[in-house]
Design a protein around this ligand. Structure first.
Ligand code: DP6
Length: 330
């Protein structure tokens, strides 16, 4: 009753921002992301008769509190699906630098869902796995798939049609993502709290939701045709629209720091100088920059030289879930 799975994080080009059902994690809009090979979580789950509680180790440290609650609540779902009342030992190793501002919850819940469902004997299809993963953290349901994936929001009240589908495999297109890590930190409004406040109070939220369909259709065409300028322009504009909704919330908030703006301006200057590069930003101050392989050196050097930037981590498009035995993919 043991399994180990590896899942990569993802970066959304069309953002998931807003829930229509918080308990089931059902979104108000479809979203689309690239799975990234550079940042991942490996998780082992073992269900054991003798355990009286779940246990969760993250990078060899016992985790308690809210983070533990989210894991154990997720395992409750897996237990109820399988009909088996067994507790589990969960050990995760994160190769997602938290400082890089990636939602490690995306790779974390995708790896947890894959390992726990396999360990307890549920033989899930990718669609079923994505639907289950969604209930741990929304953005995680896209990480079941490699390459480019779309999370279809679905219409059903029970969430049965809300899961990710593959749009293009990782081999389709070698585009790159630079994660720009900023040296200063700030107190974070979590994505969960931020999107809730936006849905409940921002007059701009309706405009955000209304604009998604057009962005999605255009970006899917751009991905299909490998039209980098088109994909970059839509992703950057979509990110700006998402962040604009937070300024209309009550109380208003923003995830940006001064260096966030410097990086955004530098990316725009790179474009003016003939290097196609585009930014996107999640629920935090760090910036992710999309570029093509031939511009890697220039992009990396330019970003590293911005005052207030502490690191730049590069990634390619990555694969979906894999299962491991003795550190080998099975
Ligand atoms: C801004 O998936 O972390 O990164 O479903 O509440 O766990 P929960 O939220 P989460 O939100 C991610 C929001 C985002 C955009 C995105 O990844 O699409």
């Amino acid at each position: 009753m043991k399994a180990t799975a590896k899942a990569h994080t993802n970066i959304a080009l069309i953002k998931y921002w807003g829930k229509r059902n918080e308990a089931l994690i059902l979104p108000t809009n479809n979203s689309l992301s690239i799975t990234l090979d550079g940042f991942y979580t490996t998780t082992s789950v073992e269900f054991k008769e003798e355990l009286l509680n779940d246990r969760f180790l993250l990078n060899d440290t016992v985790v308690e509190g809210e983070q533990f609650q989210r894991v154990t609540q997720f395992l409750d779902l897996v237990r109820s699906l399988s009909g088996k009342e067994l507790f589990a030992e969960v050990a995760s190793v994160n190769a997602v630098p938290t400082a890089a501002g990636f939602a490690s919850s995306a790779s974390g819940f995708a790896a947890l869902a894959a390992a726990s469902s396999k360990a307890i004997g549920l033989n899930l299809t990718d669609t079923e796995l994505s639907r289950l993963t969604r209930q741990g953290s929304g953005s995680a349901c896209r990480s079941v798939f490699g390459g480019f994936a779309e999370w279809q929001k679905g219409e059903a009240e029970d969430g049965s049609d809300s899961y990710a589908v593959p749009i293009a495999p990782m081999e389709h297109w070698d585009i790159r993502v630079a994660a720009v890590v900023l040296s200063s930190k700030m107190k974070k409004v979590s994505s969960r709290a931020g999107m809730r406040r936006t849905v409940e109070t921002s007059p701009f939220f309706k405009g955000w939701v209304d604009s998604i369909h057009q962005d999605l259709e255009a970006i899917k065409e751009g991905i299909h045709n490998k039209d980098f300028e088109k994909v970059g322009e839509i992703a950057e504009a979509n990110c700006l629209k998402m962040h604009a909704t937070t300024l209309g919330a009550i109380p208003p908030f923003t995830y940006w720091l001064d260096t966030t703006l410097s990086v955004m301006q530098t990316v725009q200057q790179l474009r003016d100088s003939g290097v196609p590069a585009y930014f996107t930003i999640d629920a935090g101050p760090n910036v992710k920059v999309l570029y093509l392989p031939e511009h890697e050196e220039k992009v990396q050097e330019t970003l590293r030289n911005i005052p207030g930037v502490s690191d730049v981590k590069l990634s390619r498009v990555g694969r979906g879930i894999s299962y491991l035995e003795d550190d080998k993919v099975v």
